[in-house]
Design a protein around this ligand. Structure first.
Ligand code: C2E
Ligand code: MG
Length: 595
């Protein structure tokens, strides 16, 4: 912030023609001269040669220079170099006499080296400029504070929205495209948690500097908070250029950031892009669309770009409709669970059983084939917090079923799939503990299945949540290993008991020898680490043989047993099963029922 000091000049100033009139006789001119001398506003006249020809004493108080010093050189002698061109442009373009004043701001250097912001109102009359000037340093500083992020000094959401509004309004006058890029750093929280907030803060500052360097001066780089940045770019050609810009953002963040004495880190990011050609676009809508596209990129595993286009717009509007029907379905108890046993590949009793959610709309076909599969409704739920409510319901039903089976002597863990939001948006361990206590189950009665992409959304928090859950005795399975979204190796530092090979991988065992060989190594490592490896999606005898060859001892698949109702699922040596758990809402202390 510029200093607010108003030290007086070191040398005494000479009088002006106005001072000469200030002799106490108080005729009209003398009164004006008196006002001129005492006003705290700055008054000046300037010649067409850019020199001050008259200055009132307020200048000396504000800037600390004497009036002679100020008058000795051109008016830009003490002006901030960045403001000179713009100021002289105003003074040089206006010709003759003008009734309307011209306004502009610029900075002047105080004798103590600080800068003062001045708001000029100038009017030309023939060969003289008459100027009334205000010191707006404090006001601008406060405005700046209100419009900028204090850590990175980048524009904040308010300023971004204002600039976006202006950029879109300019589309009235000229054809063009405005783009917004919503950038979310994929692993920032990990850095913050593991290396401390100071390192996290300096990383955010470095990221902001790098983004600002990448952009043109006319573009805006803003920070919305946390690890979220937005770039507003104008005058671009279209979607192609916006996506190319997004690629450049991803590349520039991947160059390692030196962090003082700590090891350098490269930042991966998820970027959502929205573009508009219409001046009628609402900037808030544009930001929301870029945010939704970013969320898509993140859901697909991060380090990705996603464009908010017609396809995504249609998909989201379908999701909104499904979401509304799903909320109703939860109230109407239309969600139920199918169970699929996890079986030893050499035969024998089930060693586990996975709970898979189904939606049976009331009044619809009541056969199991009429149930809606998760792929048709979970993606819509995953766009909102609804997935957490569904997860709660599934956990409750699965635990209730596990308790019934246990009472009938079937003490195998029931596996429940956990979504990314459940991992990060609620106290998962507390939620699981509450359910185990309610159903009087030991932790080993439950296994939570998580996929790598869900963990990657927020690895630090996911790891912490899973470790807490595991402390309850609950086992943890890495789901969908070998799917397109997962990496080739096992994620490090994740507390794991089970690895489940994705059914797509198992499906290609037969045809894709290279892929099989690649995963054989990962499976061997998992076995060595004492993990149980489950081959999911065994449909043919050939796949069963290959899974055995790969050292998988247990599997899940239509060949062995498809997902079915709890009454029909066979969990012990092909003998008939036991009854399903009756619906019982979980009653909280205080009597209110939930889920
Ligand atoms: P997943 O966890 O990998 O579950 C296994 C999926 O493979 C199930 O599909 C199952 O029916 C299917 N499957 C098993 N054996 C075979 C086979 O031999 N051939 C074929 N083609 N498929 C087989 P489903 O029930 O449609 O579930 C799909 C995914 O939806 C699950 O994949 C899981 O990621 C998710 N999901 C299911 N229930 C829940 C839930 O309650 N919560 C959450 N968050 N996700 C769930
Ligand atoms: Mg699963």
């Amino acid at each position: 912030m510029a200093s607010t000091s108003t030290s007086t000049p070191s040398s005494t100033s000479t009088s002006t023609p106005f001072d000469a009139g200030f002799d106490g006789s108080c005729d009209g001119e003398a009164r004006i001269a008196r006002l001129f001398a005492i006003t705290s506003d700055l008054l000046a006249t300037i010649s067409l040669e850019d020199r001050f020809t008259l200055l009132n004493p307020a200048w000396e108080h504000l800037l600390g220079w004497t009036r002679e010093e100020l008058e000795a050189g051109p008016i830009h002698e003490f002006m901030h170099p960045e403001d000179v061109e713009q100021t002289l442009e105003v003074l040089h373009t206006v010709q003759g006499r003008r009734e309307e004043p011209e306004s502009f701001t610029n900075r002047y250097r105080h004798r103590d080296g600080s800068w003062r912001w001045l708001l000029w109102s100038v009017r030309r009359d023939e060969d003289t400029w008459y100027a009334a000037v205000k010191d707006v340093t404090d006001r601008l500083w406060l405005e700046r504070q209100a419009l900028h992020d204090p850590l990175t000094r980048l524009p904040n959401r308010l300023l971004l929205m204002d600039r976006a509004r202006q950029a879109l309004a300019r589309l009235h006058r000229s054809d063009g495209v405005v783009a917004m890029l919503f950038i979310d750093l994929d692993k920032f929280k990990e850095v913050n948690d593991n290396r401390g907030h100071d390192v996290g803060d300096s990383l955010l500052v470095s990221v902001s500097e790098r983004l600002a360097e990448l952009m043109r001066d006319s573009d805006t780089v803003a920070r919305l908070g946390g690890d979220e940045f937005v770039i507003l770019a104008e005058d671009i050609e279209g979607e192609g250029e916006a996506l190319a810009l997004g690629e450049r953002v991803l590349d520039c963040l991947e160059q390692p950031f030196p962090l003082g004495s700590a090891a350098a880190v490269a930042m991966l990011a998820s970027v959502g892009v929205s573009v508009s050609r219409s001046p009628d676009t609402d900037p808030g809508t544009m930001l929301r669309e870029a945010d939704l596209a970013m969320y898509r990129a993140k859901s697909a595993g991060g380090r990705r770009l996603e464009l908010f286009d017609e396809r995504l717009r249609r998909e989201l509007s379908t999701h909104v409709q499904i979401e509304a029907r799903l909320r109703d379905a939860l109230v109407q108890h239309e969600l139920l669970l199918a169970y699929q046993p996890i079986l030893p590949l050499d035969g024998g009793r089930a060693v586990g059983c996975e709970a898979l959610v189904r939606w049976r709309p009331k009044g619809g076909d009541r056969s199991e084939n009429g149930d809606l599969l998760p792929s048709s409704f979970l993606p819509a739920a995953e766009d909102s917090d609804l997935i957490v409510q569904i997860g709660n319901r599934v956990l409750h039903m699965a635990c209730a079923q596990a308790e019934v089976w246990r009472r009938h002597g079937i003490a195998i863990p029931v596996s429940v799939n956990i979504s990314a939001r459940e991992l990060t948006e609620l106290d998962l361990a507390e939620r699981v503990r509450e359910e185990l206590v309610y159903c009087r189950l030991p932790g080993r009665a439950l296994c939570l299945e998580v996929s790598e992409d869900a963990v990657l959304r927020d690895p630090g928090r996911a790891r912490a949540a899973l470790s807490d859950v595991r402390r309850l005795g609950v086992s943890i399975a890495l789901d969908r290993f070998g799917s397109e979204e997962s990496s080739l190796g096992l994620p490090s530092n994740l507390p794991l008991d089970v690895v489940k090979l994705d059914r797509v991988l198992v499906g290609t065992f037969d045809s894709d020898k290279d892929r099989r060989a690649m995963f054989a190594a990962a499976i061997a490592l998992a076995k060595e680490a004492g993990l149980t490896v489950v081959a999911v999606g065994i449909e043919t005898n050939r796949q069963l043989t290959l899974a055995r060859e790969l050292n998988c001892s247990v599997g899940q698949g239509f060949l062995l047993h498809g997902p079915t109702s709890p009454e029909r699922v066979r969990l012990r040596d092909n003998a008939g099963s036991v009854t399903s758990a009756p619906w019982r809402p979980l009653v909280r202390l205080g009597g209110s029922s939930r889920r």
